[in-house]
Ligand binder design. Structure first.
Ligand code: BYC
Length: 315
Protein backbone atom coordinates (compact mmCIF):
# COMPACT_ATOMS: atom_id res chain seq x y z
CA UNK A 1 0.00 0.00 0.00
CA UNK A 2 2.77 2.38 1.04
CA UNK A 3 4.69 1.56 -2.11
CA UNK A 4 1.70 2.40 -4.31
CA UNK A 5 1.45 5.77 -2.57
CA UNK A 6 5.18 6.46 -3.17
CA UNK A 7 4.75 5.60 -6.85
CA UNK A 8 1.77 7.88 -7.24
CA UNK A 9 3.61 10.68 -5.54
CA UNK A 10 6.65 10.17 -7.75
CA UNK A 11 4.50 10.18 -10.88
CA UNK A 12 2.80 13.36 -9.74
CA UNK A 13 6.13 15.10 -9.03
CA UNK A 14 7.47 14.01 -12.39
CA UNK A 15 4.46 15.32 -14.27
CA UNK A 16 4.77 18.67 -12.51
CA UNK A 17 8.50 18.80 -13.25
CA UNK A 18 7.82 18.15 -16.94
CA UNK A 19 5.02 20.72 -17.10
CA UNK A 20 2.39 18.08 -17.83
CA UNK A 21 -0.92 19.43 -16.52
CA UNK A 22 -2.58 17.75 -13.56
CA UNK A 23 -6.23 17.01 -14.38
CA UNK A 24 -9.22 16.53 -12.00
CA UNK A 25 -9.21 12.73 -12.07
CA UNK A 26 -5.42 12.39 -11.67
CA UNK A 27 -3.99 11.41 -8.32
CA UNK A 28 -2.70 14.44 -6.39
CA UNK A 29 -1.39 14.98 -2.85
CA UNK A 30 -4.09 16.17 -0.48
CA UNK A 31 -2.07 19.28 0.38
CA UNK A 32 -1.88 20.21 -3.34
CA UNK A 33 -5.66 19.85 -3.63
CA UNK A 34 -6.18 21.95 -0.49
CA UNK A 35 -3.83 24.71 -1.64
CA UNK A 36 -5.56 24.91 -5.00
CA UNK A 37 -9.03 25.04 -3.45
CA UNK A 38 -7.80 27.83 -1.17
CA UNK A 39 -6.23 29.89 -3.94
CA UNK A 40 -8.89 29.32 -6.62
CA UNK A 41 -11.82 29.98 -4.28
CA UNK A 42 -10.15 33.17 -2.96
CA UNK A 43 -9.58 34.19 -6.53
CA UNK A 44 -13.26 33.53 -7.40
CA UNK A 45 -14.43 35.51 -4.37
CA UNK A 46 -12.16 38.41 -5.42
CA UNK A 47 -13.78 38.55 -8.84
CA UNK A 48 -17.28 38.58 -7.37
CA UNK A 49 -16.55 41.10 -4.61
CA UNK A 50 -14.56 43.09 -7.18
CA UNK A 51 -17.82 43.80 -8.99
CA UNK A 52 -19.04 45.95 -6.09
CA UNK A 53 -16.75 49.01 -6.07
CA UNK A 54 -17.16 49.38 -9.84
CA UNK A 55 -20.85 48.47 -9.91
CA UNK A 56 -21.29 51.45 -7.64
CA UNK A 57 -20.49 53.76 -10.60
CA UNK A 58 -22.70 52.22 -13.30
CA UNK A 59 -25.52 54.66 -12.62
CA UNK A 60 -23.11 57.60 -12.38
CA UNK A 61 -20.85 56.98 -15.39
CA UNK A 62 -20.46 60.27 -17.29
CA UNK A 63 -21.93 59.12 -20.63
CA UNK A 64 -24.04 56.33 -22.12
CA UNK A 65 -20.93 54.89 -23.79
CA UNK A 66 -18.99 54.84 -20.51
CA UNK A 67 -21.99 53.25 -18.80
CA UNK A 68 -22.23 50.46 -21.39
CA UNK A 69 -18.49 49.74 -21.19
CA UNK A 70 -18.48 49.65 -17.39
CA UNK A 71 -21.57 47.45 -17.30
CA UNK A 72 -19.97 44.87 -19.55
CA UNK A 73 -16.70 44.99 -17.60
CA UNK A 74 -18.58 44.25 -14.38
CA UNK A 75 -20.41 41.40 -16.13
CA UNK A 76 -17.05 40.01 -17.27
CA UNK A 77 -15.94 39.88 -13.62
CA UNK A 78 -19.04 37.81 -12.79
CA UNK A 79 -18.07 35.43 -15.60
CA UNK A 80 -14.53 35.13 -14.20
CA UNK A 81 -15.95 34.28 -10.79
CA UNK A 82 -18.10 31.55 -12.33
CA UNK A 83 -15.23 29.91 -14.25
CA UNK A 84 -13.16 29.95 -11.10
CA UNK A 85 -15.87 28.49 -8.84
CA UNK A 86 -16.29 25.76 -11.46
CA UNK A 87 -12.53 25.09 -11.49
CA UNK A 88 -12.58 24.77 -7.68
CA UNK A 89 -15.54 22.37 -7.93
CA UNK A 90 -13.44 20.02 -10.09
CA UNK A 91 -11.28 19.56 -6.98
CA UNK A 92 -14.26 18.47 -4.88
CA UNK A 93 -15.10 21.83 -3.29
CA UNK A 94 -18.81 22.56 -2.96
CA UNK A 95 -20.07 25.87 -4.32
CA UNK A 96 -22.49 26.30 -1.40
CA UNK A 97 -19.66 25.81 1.09
CA UNK A 98 -17.38 28.28 -0.73
CA UNK A 99 -20.11 30.92 -0.73
CA UNK A 100 -20.95 30.23 2.92
CA UNK A 101 -17.26 30.71 3.81
CA UNK A 102 -17.16 34.04 1.99
CA UNK A 103 -20.30 35.24 3.74
CA UNK A 104 -19.16 34.16 7.20
CA UNK A 105 -15.84 35.98 6.78
CA UNK A 106 -13.87 32.71 6.91
CA UNK A 107 -12.67 32.91 3.31
CA UNK A 108 -10.36 35.65 2.11
CA UNK A 109 -10.67 37.77 -1.03
CA UNK A 110 -8.33 40.39 -2.43
CA UNK A 111 -7.60 43.25 -0.02
CA UNK A 112 -7.94 45.78 -2.85
CA UNK A 113 -11.73 45.56 -3.00
CA UNK A 114 -12.11 46.88 0.54
CA UNK A 115 -11.29 50.42 -0.55
CA UNK A 116 -14.02 52.86 -1.60
CA UNK A 117 -14.52 54.33 -5.09
CA UNK A 118 -14.92 58.03 -4.37
CA UNK A 119 -14.81 59.63 -7.82
CA UNK A 120 -15.18 58.70 -11.50
CA UNK A 121 -11.37 58.77 -11.77
CA UNK A 122 -11.32 55.75 -9.43
CA UNK A 123 -12.90 53.69 -12.21
CA UNK A 124 -10.01 54.69 -14.46
CA UNK A 125 -7.47 54.00 -11.72
CA UNK A 126 -8.96 50.57 -10.97
CA UNK A 127 -8.95 49.53 -14.62
CA UNK A 128 -5.44 50.81 -15.18
CA UNK A 129 -3.78 49.77 -11.91
CA UNK A 130 -5.86 46.94 -10.39
CA UNK A 131 -6.51 45.16 -13.68
CA UNK A 132 -2.87 45.83 -14.58
CA UNK A 133 -1.80 44.07 -11.38
CA UNK A 134 -4.30 41.29 -12.06
CA UNK A 135 -2.77 40.69 -15.50
CA UNK A 136 0.76 40.68 -14.09
CA UNK A 137 -0.32 38.06 -11.55
CA UNK A 138 -2.59 36.02 -13.81
CA UNK A 139 -0.69 35.69 -17.09
CA UNK A 140 1.77 33.30 -15.39
CA UNK A 141 -1.25 31.41 -14.01
CA UNK A 142 -2.11 30.41 -17.60
CA UNK A 143 0.87 28.04 -17.10
CA UNK A 144 -0.11 26.89 -13.63
CA UNK A 145 0.13 23.13 -13.07
CA UNK A 146 -3.59 22.43 -12.58
CA UNK A 147 -5.36 22.10 -15.96
CA UNK A 148 -8.81 23.61 -15.29
CA UNK A 149 -7.31 26.63 -13.49
CA UNK A 150 -4.77 27.25 -16.26
CA UNK A 151 -7.42 27.02 -18.99
CA UNK A 152 -9.81 29.36 -17.15
CA UNK A 153 -7.01 31.91 -16.90
CA UNK A 154 -6.54 32.15 -20.67
CA UNK A 155 -9.90 33.76 -21.26
CA UNK A 156 -9.77 35.74 -18.02
CA UNK A 157 -6.45 37.32 -19.08
CA UNK A 158 -7.76 38.29 -22.51
CA UNK A 159 -10.67 40.09 -20.88
CA UNK A 160 -8.48 41.66 -18.21
CA UNK A 161 -6.24 43.16 -20.85
CA UNK A 162 -9.26 44.84 -22.43
CA UNK A 163 -10.24 46.07 -18.95
CA UNK A 164 -6.84 47.57 -18.42
CA UNK A 165 -6.97 49.45 -21.68
CA UNK A 166 -10.35 50.91 -20.85
CA UNK A 167 -8.95 52.08 -17.49
CA UNK A 168 -5.91 53.64 -19.13
CA UNK A 169 -8.14 55.34 -21.68
CA UNK A 170 -10.27 56.90 -18.92
CA UNK A 171 -7.09 58.15 -17.23
CA UNK A 172 -5.82 59.52 -20.54
CA UNK A 173 -9.05 61.40 -21.15
CA UNK A 174 -8.92 62.91 -17.66
CA UNK A 175 -5.22 63.77 -17.94
CA UNK A 176 -5.77 65.53 -21.26
CA UNK A 177 -8.82 67.37 -19.92
CA UNK A 178 -9.34 70.39 -17.67
CA UNK A 179 -7.09 71.08 -14.66
CA UNK A 180 -9.80 69.73 -12.34
CA UNK A 181 -9.96 66.47 -14.31
CA UNK A 182 -6.20 66.02 -14.16
CA UNK A 183 -6.28 66.68 -10.41
CA UNK A 184 -9.01 64.07 -10.04
CA UNK A 185 -6.82 61.53 -11.87
CA UNK A 186 -3.79 62.31 -9.68
CA UNK A 187 -5.87 62.12 -6.51
CA UNK A 188 -7.27 58.71 -7.48
CA UNK A 189 -3.76 57.51 -8.42
CA UNK A 190 -2.47 58.63 -5.00
CA UNK A 191 -5.12 56.55 -3.21
CA UNK A 192 -4.89 53.39 -5.35
CA UNK A 193 -1.13 53.05 -5.90
CA UNK A 194 -0.10 51.57 -2.53
CA UNK A 195 -3.12 49.25 -2.08
CA UNK A 196 -2.42 47.94 -5.61
CA UNK A 197 1.16 47.05 -4.64
CA UNK A 198 -0.31 45.13 -1.69
CA UNK A 199 -2.44 42.99 -4.02
CA UNK A 200 0.62 40.86 -4.81
CA UNK A 201 0.59 39.57 -1.23
CA UNK A 202 3.10 39.77 1.63
CA UNK A 203 6.80 40.04 0.90
CA UNK A 204 8.46 36.73 0.13
CA UNK A 205 10.02 36.23 3.59
CA UNK A 206 6.55 36.58 5.10
CA UNK A 207 4.62 34.53 2.56
CA UNK A 208 4.00 31.09 4.11
CA UNK A 209 2.61 29.53 0.91
CA UNK A 210 5.01 30.70 -1.80
CA UNK A 211 7.79 28.14 -1.45
CA UNK A 212 5.55 25.09 -1.72
CA UNK A 213 3.33 26.64 -4.39
CA UNK A 214 6.41 27.41 -6.50
CA UNK A 215 7.61 23.83 -6.09
CA UNK A 216 4.24 22.54 -7.28
CA UNK A 217 4.29 25.13 -10.08
CA UNK A 218 0.97 26.53 -8.95
CA UNK A 219 2.75 29.88 -8.67
CA UNK A 220 5.39 30.56 -11.33
CA UNK A 221 6.82 33.72 -9.73
CA UNK A 222 7.03 34.96 -6.16
CA UNK A 223 4.98 37.87 -4.78
CA UNK A 224 7.99 40.22 -4.76
CA UNK A 225 9.05 39.29 -8.28
CA UNK A 226 5.63 40.15 -9.67
CA UNK A 227 5.39 43.35 -7.61
CA UNK A 228 8.75 44.52 -8.98
CA UNK A 229 7.70 43.80 -12.56
CA UNK A 230 4.49 45.71 -11.98
CA UNK A 231 6.29 48.81 -10.68
CA UNK A 232 8.71 48.68 -13.62
CA UNK A 233 5.79 48.46 -16.06
CA UNK A 234 3.66 51.19 -14.47
CA UNK A 235 6.16 53.98 -13.86
CA UNK A 236 6.65 54.76 -17.58
CA UNK A 237 2.86 54.62 -18.09
CA UNK A 238 2.35 57.13 -15.25
CA UNK A 239 5.00 59.36 -16.83
CA UNK A 240 3.22 59.14 -20.17
CA UNK A 241 0.00 60.25 -18.49
CA UNK A 242 1.85 63.10 -16.77
CA UNK A 243 1.02 61.71 -13.31
CA UNK A 244 3.41 61.63 -10.36
CA UNK A 245 3.92 58.29 -8.62
CA UNK A 246 3.13 58.98 -4.93
CA UNK A 247 6.43 57.58 -3.66
CA UNK A 248 9.32 59.88 -2.72
CA UNK A 249 11.72 56.92 -2.60
CA UNK A 250 11.03 55.77 -6.16
CA UNK A 251 14.32 55.69 -8.04
CA UNK A 252 15.71 53.88 -11.07
CA UNK A 253 18.36 51.35 -10.06
CA UNK A 254 20.74 50.78 -12.95
CA UNK A 255 22.33 47.75 -11.37
CA UNK A 256 19.11 45.76 -10.94
CA UNK A 257 17.59 47.25 -14.09
CA UNK A 258 14.44 48.14 -12.19
CA UNK A 259 13.00 50.72 -9.81
CA UNK A 260 13.66 50.89 -6.09
CA UNK A 261 10.51 51.86 -4.27
CA UNK A 262 9.51 52.94 -0.77
CA UNK A 263 8.30 50.70 2.07
CA UNK A 264 4.80 49.23 1.93
CA UNK A 265 2.63 49.70 5.00
CA UNK A 266 2.17 46.03 5.93
CA UNK A 267 0.17 46.94 9.03
CA UNK A 268 -2.45 48.46 6.77
CA UNK A 269 -2.39 45.36 4.55
CA UNK A 270 -2.93 42.87 7.40
CA UNK A 271 -5.55 45.08 8.96
CA UNK A 272 -7.54 45.04 5.71
CA UNK A 273 -7.01 41.27 5.23
CA UNK A 274 -8.29 40.65 8.77
CA UNK A 275 -11.58 42.39 7.97
CA UNK A 276 -10.93 45.91 9.26
CA UNK A 277 -10.46 47.82 5.99
CA UNK A 278 -12.65 50.81 5.11
CA UNK A 279 -15.31 48.73 3.27
CA UNK A 280 -14.98 45.08 4.43
CA UNK A 281 -18.25 44.99 6.34
CA UNK A 282 -20.20 46.79 3.66
CA UNK A 283 -18.88 44.46 0.94
CA UNK A 284 -19.91 41.29 2.78
CA UNK A 285 -23.30 42.73 3.76
CA UNK A 286 -23.98 43.61 0.11
CA UNK A 287 -22.98 40.10 -1.02
CA UNK A 288 -25.14 38.39 1.59
CA UNK A 289 -28.13 40.56 0.68
CA UNK A 290 -27.70 39.85 -3.05
CA UNK A 291 -27.43 36.13 -2.34
CA UNK A 292 -30.58 36.12 -0.21
CA UNK A 293 -32.51 38.14 -2.76
CA UNK A 294 -31.40 35.73 -5.49
CA UNK A 295 -32.76 32.65 -3.68
CA UNK A 296 -35.88 32.57 -5.85
CA UNK A 297 -33.76 32.51 -9.03
CA UNK A 298 -31.80 29.50 -7.79
CA UNK A 299 -35.02 27.74 -6.75
CA UNK A 300 -36.68 28.45 -10.09
CA UNK A 301 -33.61 27.26 -12.06
CA UNK A 302 -33.50 24.07 -10.04
CA UNK A 303 -37.25 23.41 -10.50
CA UNK A 304 -36.86 24.05 -14.25
CA UNK A 305 -33.92 21.61 -14.48
CA UNK A 306 -35.87 18.95 -12.58
CA UNK A 307 -38.90 19.41 -14.85
CA UNK A 308 -36.76 19.07 -17.96
CA UNK A 309 -35.04 15.98 -16.60
CA UNK A 310 -38.43 14.39 -15.78
CA UNK A 311 -39.73 15.24 -19.25
CA UNK A 312 -36.58 13.72 -20.78
CA UNK A 313 -37.19 10.48 -18.88
CA UNK A 314 -40.84 10.27 -19.94
CA UNK A 315 -39.95 10.66 -23.63
N1 BYC B 1 -5.60 40.11 -0.18
O1 BYC B 1 1.48 33.01 1.46
P1 BYC B 1 0.81 34.07 0.64
C1 BYC B 1 -8.63 40.78 -9.65
C2 BYC B 1 -3.32 36.07 1.95
S1 BYC B 1 -8.88 39.45 -8.69
C3 BYC B 1 -6.08 39.25 0.71
O2 BYC B 1 1.68 34.92 -0.21
P2 BYC B 1 -0.40 32.85 -1.69
C4 BYC B 1 -9.74 41.56 -10.19
C5 BYC B 1 -3.16 34.70 1.33
O3 BYC B 1 -4.37 34.25 0.80
C6 BYC B 1 -7.51 39.55 -7.58
N2 BYC B 1 -5.37 38.20 1.19
O4 BYC B 1 -0.38 33.40 -0.20
C7 BYC B 1 -11.04 41.20 -10.00
C8 BYC B 1 -2.67 33.90 2.50
O5 BYC B 1 -3.75 33.59 3.36
P3 BYC B 1 -4.24 32.06 3.65
C9 BYC B 1 -7.24 38.29 -6.87
C10 BYC B 1 -4.13 38.03 0.69
O6 BYC B 1 -1.73 32.25 -1.93
C11 BYC B 1 -12.08 42.01 -10.45
C12 BYC B 1 -1.82 34.89 3.28
O7 BYC B 1 -2.25 36.17 2.88
N3 BYC B 1 -6.21 37.56 -7.56
O8 BYC B 1 -7.51 41.09 -9.76
O9 BYC B 1 0.80 32.00 -1.96
C13 BYC B 1 -11.79 43.22 -11.07
C14 BYC B 1 -0.35 34.73 3.00
O10 BYC B 1 -0.02 35.04 1.63
C15 BYC B 1 -3.58 38.87 -0.27
C16 BYC B 1 -5.95 36.30 -7.22
O11 BYC B 1 -6.56 35.77 -6.33
C17 BYC B 1 -4.36 39.97 -0.71
N4 BYC B 1 -3.91 40.86 -1.62
O12 BYC B 1 -0.21 34.18 -2.59
C18 BYC B 1 -10.46 43.59 -11.27
C19 BYC B 1 -4.88 35.62 -8.04
N5 BYC B 1 -2.35 38.45 -0.56
O13 BYC B 1 -4.98 31.64 2.43
C20 BYC B 1 -9.42 42.76 -10.83
C21 BYC B 1 -4.59 34.21 -7.56
C22 BYC B 1 -2.12 37.37 0.19
O14 BYC B 1 -3.00 31.24 3.85
N6 BYC B 1 -3.95 34.18 -6.29
N7 BYC B 1 -3.19 37.12 0.96
O15 BYC B 1 -5.12 32.15 4.84
C23 BYC B 1 -2.60 34.30 -6.12
O16 BYC B 1 -1.85 34.50 -7.05
C24 BYC B 1 -2.06 34.12 -4.72
O17 BYC B 1 -3.06 33.49 -3.94
C25 BYC B 1 -1.63 35.47 -4.06
C26 BYC B 1 -1.20 35.17 -2.60
C27 BYC B 1 -0.43 36.06 -4.80
C28 BYC B 1 -2.77 36.48 -4.03
Amino acid sequence: MEEVQVNLEEQFEEKVAQDVRIEPKDWMPEAYRKTLIRQISQHAHSEIVGMLPEGNWITRAPSLKRKAILLSKVQDEAGHGLYLYSAAETLGASRDQMIADLHSGKAKYSSIFNYPTLSWADIGAIGWLVDGAAIMNQVPLCRTSYGPYARAMVRVCKEESFHQRQGFEIMMTLCNGATEQKEMAQEAFNRWWWPTLMMFGPKDEESPNTEQSMRWRIKRFTNDELRQRFVDMMVPQAEYLGLKVPDKDLKWNEEKNGYDFGPIDWNEFWNVVKGNGPCNKQRIQTRVKAHEEGAWVREAALAHAEKRAARGKAA
